[in-house]
Design a protein around this ligand. Structure first.
Ligand SMILES: [Zn+2]
Length: 334
């Protein structure tokens, strides 16, 4: 791993707000806790690169049968808990106190369980409650399709925002202390969230439309709104979200710098989308390449302070703000 000249990096807390590794491991019958050749990340490599907190997204492809999508998400959650129970290097984050503080603990990876797409809720709030009990702390309201909560970005004609159920879910998530994620959400739904949510929400893996006009990317206006709410945008490594042609590490840096200019350095983080993307940018082929991104940011004259916020401090601030103080179990015994 390349860390030459990056001694300070050993002290940085790294947070990645989105990868799809868990789903890939479960589907491919691979072991997340063992080094794999076929994936972009795994537990050994995440520890090697010094990841402190990884959001593990659980994604079920949209399906007309809501039971099938819930079944899939539950199988990922069960797999995640098996890994956490069997490997002492893994800890699950459910409350504020589970989040790391400096110096980083290089032998432990903290994971936040996230669900990508509210399809599995099937229009029923009790499923959200159940997922919370299972430790899920983040919900990406939609994937790119329409679901019972709102339209995703592929729904380009209907201009649908949050449904009544979507409003209920967003309201309950705030009460429970769950992270609201607007990546993949169509513009009308985004602005509904911005209107009804007072505190921070995040875009876990979204890039800048000003640099690459892909429907998945955020306009400058949206980026500013996330910043005004105190939230964070996670820049992702998905080639079509970065540029028209071949994506390189430099394109990622340009999206980061753009959001720094538009939203401010307190509001940009990392949301790699590793194992959810087919072709990572040249130079960032898998997770242990991350120090190269830091080298490039330093080369361009950005301060360590600014880079550390991007690497993890910003997302940690928001997670600390949103997550519950005590777990459900603690609450019951008080
Ligand atoms: Zn995604």
């Amino acid at each position: 791993m390349i860390t030459e000249g990056l001694e300070w990096y050993q002290e940085a807390l790294l947070v990645d707000a989105h990868n799809d590794t868990l789903s890939r491991m479960r589907d491919g019958e691979m072991d997340f806790c063992i080094r794999q050749a076929a994936t972009h990340t795994d537990l050994p490599r995440l520890l090697e690169v010094g990841m402190s907190v990884q959001v593990l997204a659980m994604f079920a492809a949209p399906c007309a049968n809501k039971s099938i999508s819930l079944h899939k998400i539950l199988s990922y959650a069960e797999y995640a808990h098996q890994c956490i129970e069997h490997d002492p290097r893994l800890l699950v984050v459910q409350t504020k106190k589970d989040l790391p503080s400096p110096p980083p603990d290089r032998d432990r990876l903290r994971v936040i369980l996230g669900v990508e797409g509210g399809d599995c809720l099937g229009g029923e709030l009790w499923v959200l409650e159940l997922l919370f009990r299972l430790g899920v702390r983040l919900l990406t309201l939609t994937w790119s399709n329409r679901n019972a909560l709102a339209d995703g970005v592929w729904e380009t004609r209907s201009n649908g925002g949050l449904t009544n159920f979507g409003h209920e879910v967003v309201g309950r998530m705030q009460e429970l202390g769950m992270i609201i994620d607007v990546s993949h959400l169509a513009p009308a739904g985004f602005w509904d969230v911005a209107k009804v949510v007072e505190g921070p929400f995040i875009a876990s893996h979204s890039n800048a439309a000003a640099l690459c006009p892909h429907p998945r990317n955020l306009t400058d206006e949206q980026a500013r709104s996330i910043a005004e709410h105190g939230g964070v945008i996670g820049v992702n490594f998905c080639q079509p979200h970065l540029t028209d042609g071949t994506a390189r590490l430099e394109h990622v840096v340009e999206h980061v710098e753009h959001f720094w200019r538009v939203a401010g350095e307190e509001h940009v983080g990392l949301g790699t989308d590793y194992d959810g993307i087919d072709t990572p940018p040249i130079g960032l082929e898998e997770v242990t390449c991350l120090p190269r991104l830091i080298q490039e940011l330093e080369k361009r004259g950005h301060s360590q302070n600014r880079i550390q916020k991007f690497l993890g401090q910003n997302f940690l601030r928001v997670f600390r703000d949103i997550l519950p103080t005590v777990s459900g179990d603690d609450q019951r015994h008080q």
